[in-house]
Ligand binder design. Structure first.
Ligand SMILES: Cc1ncc(COP(=O)(O)O)c(C=O)c1O
Length: 416
């Protein structure tokens, strides 16, 4: 069975509504958001849905995180606490701001940072905390915000994978100071590339609008380019697709949640697996469906389960990003601005110790990445797709369990 994929039309709902709005844009001759109406309308709908006064559409999720960080105006070498298990687009903006990423360890099952791991990393140089709600599962946001409040620190929520997820009755993205979203090809809604930032803070909103538009004060009595900034504007073409996609978002999230719940029911009790479920009070929106594999129960652990699933026609990614983000060359070789090694190389001048990222300090990250198998998830999955995936997982578990301990009887699977 071929499962729908978010890489093509089998798993993307792009059609008549998008085409109609695109036609309007093309016929208007205005492809630029400063003069057009689509991006404006999208920003208004997004802000309304999230019950916040401000949303700004930008060019990508990376641009969204950069825009949010810039609005906090970190000084060079300020520290930003974040997670080593996220997309690189959530991390490079920290370096572009000449700030130092400080990584908090993650919980080995959710792969999210925790209030405790964040608190451990706070120093006199900490300027902000950036959380990622990984795979669509909200982190302990209230706990992290409490730690942040105790230290007077702002929180940026990276919701690239967590559209319409909730934490204690609030949409994630509205609990911290700024929420960031990605509209890249594989997200809950897509414009190919794109992003959004939201906030309730008027000053942050103004700064973010300026930063994403070369800091030119459109509409001001005496406009100028007020500060160093980029062009991160979204085009009207993307805005048209965004409006059509946004109208479908609730349905997408509902369908993903319903089919994920069906898989969870089908796999409940299967030995050696921890299934992805949100903490009480939170909702998981299943950008992906991660399985945590106990290598003491299933021989060969996540890698073996991944190989088994692939051999049964279920694509998956054991170990997710493979290694903590700080093990990438960017960080290990400090490949930043020319050969300067900035911002790290400046720490000595400030009388501060060198920063070294040591894998040994991240046991939760090591354990979590070693034991996760990430299944793609999609709003186009049907009951039959879920049954197929469940049967493949049970068959794989049967194969990897000590003889006779699990037979996958419910799915009619037997040891090969
Ligand atoms: C958690 C997270 N943050 C940031 C990004 C960066 O978004 P983009 O690829 O749109 O720049 C992504 C994208 O994949 C992501 O998953």
């Amino acid at each position: 069975m071929k499962l729908p994929s978010d890489a093509d039309s089998s798993g993307r709902d792009l059609g008549q509504q998008e085409l109609e709005l695109l036609r309007e844009v093309i016929e208007s001759g205005t492809l630029n958001c400063t003069k057009g109406s689509q991006v404006n309308a999208f920003e208004k709908s997004f802000a309304d849905r999230y019950s916040v006064p401000h949303a700004r559409a930008v060019a990508s999720g990376t641009a969204a995180v950069h825009t949010a960080l810039n609005a906090l105006m970190p000084e060079p070498c300020d520290e930003i606490i974040t997670t080593p298990v996220t997309d690189m687009g959530a991390l490079t903006p920290i370096l572009y701001e000449q700030a130092i990423p400080v990584f908090a360890d993650v919980d080995p099952v959710t792969l999210n940072i925790t209030p405790e791991s964040v608190a451990e990393r706070i120093t006199e140089h900490t300027r902000a905390i950036v959380v990622t709600h990984l795979f669509g599962n909200p982190c302990d946001l209230d706990g992290i915000c409490e730690v942040a409040r105790d230290h007077g620190l702002p929180v940026i929520e990276d919701c690239a994978q967590a559209f319409l997820a909730e934490h204690n009755g609030k949409l994630v993205g509205t609990v911290g100071d700024v929420g960031c979203f990605s509209l890249q090809q594989g997200k809950h809604m897509t414009t190919g590339e794109g992003g959004v930032v939201i906030t309730s803070d008027d000053a942050l909103a103004r700064h973010m609008r300026l930063f994403s538009d070369k800091a030119w004060g459109y509409g001001d009595p005496q406009p100028d380019h007020y500060f160093l900034a980029l062009n991160y504007r979204m085009t009207e073409l993307q805005g048209a697709v965004a409006n059509a996609q946004f109208a479908k978002l609730s349905g997408v999230v509902d369908r993903r949640r319903r089919t994920a719940a069906a898989l969870t029911e089908a796999l409940r009790g299967v030995p050696g697996l921890t299934l992805p479920e949100a903490a009480p009070g939170s909702t998981h929106v299943y950008w992906k469906y991660p399985l945590t594999v106990d290598a003491k129960v299933l021989e060969g652990g996540a890698d073996a389960l991944g190989a088994q699933l692939k051999s049964r026609g279920v694509f998956c990614v054991p170990r997710y990003i493979q290694k903590p983000a700080f093990m990438c060359q960017l960080f290990t070789e400090r490949r930043t601005f020319g050969k300067s090694g900035l911002p790290y190389s400046r720490l000595a001048d400030l009388g501060r110790p060198e920063v070294r990222y040591d894998e040994a300090e991240y046991p939760g990250t090591a354990q979590g990445l070693a034991s996760v198998v990430v299944l793609p998830w999609n709003e186009a999955y049907t009951e039959e797709h879920v049954d197929f995936i469940a049967a493949a997982v049970k068959g794989a578990v049967t194969e990897l369990s000590p003889t006779g301990t699990f037979t996958g009887a419910a799915a009619g699977e037997t040891r090969a």
